[in-house]
Write a protein that binds this ligand. Structure first.
Ligand code: EPZ
Length: 421
């Protein structure tokens, strides 16, 4: 099993270029089914989850081909089944977007459901509520969700929680429903806007993406299009945090600064300097931390609040900041599994319900560490880079799901990190 060896204590310096957004890719790849014609998606991150999704589409009969780096050709016209079986899905949660996409295109789908994951139960009741509101029949049998609705009719759907996944899944089905759909209390994440832009390029009519009310007028036919996805705000945020945690000076290229306002604000509050600019081609953010950081309090919230996906890397940074920080996780019920690993490095963190109380202290010590999920893995890398001494980080397959060439990009910034068998 591969793992990382990190020798910490080195300042990160230089520049890094951000790849395409994993969570935009995972919404836009299934959306390509809706046209029934070929699409090309560009700027895809070369990560495990993207490869997995392409394989699943091939598994149901679509033609998929990666052309040059980061571009995927999808021809859905040869899809020959609507049954996405358990062995295709394994633990890949985003495959549930095929429910909305196949329902929207063919009027039916059956997708095996992965269980919860290490950050919480992650139910899909709101996805199902949306499909039923559109007139589809939904049942759960033998661990798979079956949806059926030859003729979908637009509806007003109120989301009890501004769920990213439910908003995306309902959009995928509603663009082909007859009449108007209104999603109330919709998620506002940039991925939703990116998906809406792609759908509208295909000929759909999606208005209000990025606000809490999305209005969709269904269309009978959508067309294949080429589309380039947005840069990954969570990858960018992870590098911003790593730069600050190592007292470094890093320019993060190919970002959309408005997507990163919450993390920029918190890093500045902690005493790092954060500067935005553009080099005529791309926007960049430069993060410098030439003095010890101060403690800050953080509460994760749906976009544009502080993102839950950066809560874990931020915990690693605050473990070495001066003073007591409190991080409250409001989106997932079990997203502190990285804390016990940080404590084994000497961090002083106590989890109390949905909050972690962090007493920052100088100097964590490297040791053997085990990632429990994607962003916990990123948090352990940040901690190991800031720690003194050697760390061995295991279960890095979680990291490979969401970060493209992570150790390569970090090494180019001066980190002493390598992947070993
Ligand atoms: C998406 O997950 C992201 N994943 C997550 O990123 C991200 O943490 C999350 O949104 C929040 O921003 C992808 O986009 C592939 P939610 P999702 O539905 O859609 C509850 C990463 O690290 N809920 O907004 O599953 C749910 O349990 C991953 O890249 C219901 O109760 O998140 C959670 O408590 C991790 N019923 C809350 O809503 C539902 O039907 C927010 O979940 C759906 C969700």
């Amino acid at each position: 099993m591969e793992h990382y060896i990190v020798n910490g204590g080195k300042r990160l310096e230089g520049s890094v270029t951000i790849s395409g957004a994993k969570n935009a890719a995972l919404a836009i790849i299934p959306a390509a089914i809706l046209a029934g014609e070929s699409c090309r998606i560009d700027n895809l991150p070369q990560i495990e989850d993207v490869r997995l999704f392409a394989n699943i589409l091939s598994g149901i009969g679509a033609k998929t081909e990666f052309v040059e780096s980061g571009s995927l050709l999808i021809d859905p016209s040869t899809i020959n089944t609507y049954d996405v079986t358990a062995d295709m899905v394994s633990s890949f949660r985003a495959s549930y977007y095929l429910l909305g996409a196949l329902l929207g295109r063919y009027g039916r789908a059956k997708v095996a459901l992965p269980g919860g994951c290490t950050i919480g139960a992650r139910p899909i009741d709101l996805h199902i509520k949306g499909f039923r509101a559109l007139g589809a029949k939904v049942c759960i049998e033998k661990g798979a969700v079956c949806v059926e609705g030859e003729r979908l009719t637009g509806a007003e759907i109120y989301l009890d929680i501004a769920s990213v996944g439910a908003t995306i899944n309902i959009m995928l089905a509603a663009v082909r429903a007859e009449g108007r759909t209104v999603i109330v209390n919709a998620a506002k994440e940039p991925y939703i806007v990116d998906l809406a832009n792609f759908l509208n390029m295909m000929g759909a009519s999606v208005k209000g993406a990025g606000t809490d009310t999305i209005k969709i007028s269904g269309k009978k036919k959508l067309h294949g299009r080429n589309y380039s996805i947005i840069p990954d705000m969570m990858e960018a945020g992870t590098f911003m945090i790593a730069a600050a945690a190592t007292g470094g000076d890093v320019v993060i290229n190919n970002v959309i600064p408005t997507h990163l306002e919450a993390i920029s604000a918190k890093l500045m509050e902690a005493g790092a300097s954060v500067e935005e600019g553009d080099d005529g081609r791309d926007f960049y953010i430069r993060v410098k931390a030439d003095k010890p950081l101060r403690s800050v309090n953080i509460k994760t919230l749906p976009y544009p609040g502080f993102p839950t996906d950066l809560q874990q890397p931020m915990t690693a940074l605050l473990a070495t900041a001066r003073g007591t920080s409190i991080i409250t996780e409001t989106l997932f019920e079990d997203r502190f599994k990285h804390v016990s690993e940080l404590c084994r490095m000497g961090a002083d963190i106590r989890v109390r319900g949905q909050s972690a109380v962090i007493d920052g202290r100088q100097g964590l010590d490297g040791t053997r560490l085990y990632a429990s999920d994607l962003r916990a893995g990123a948090a352990l890398v940040v901690a190991a880079l800031a720690a003194s001494g050697k760390s061995d980080i295991y279960n890095i397959h979680y990291i490979d799901r969401g970060y493209e060439r992570f150790e390569e990009k970090l090494r180019a910034l001066g980190a002493d990190i390598e992947r070993v068998e």
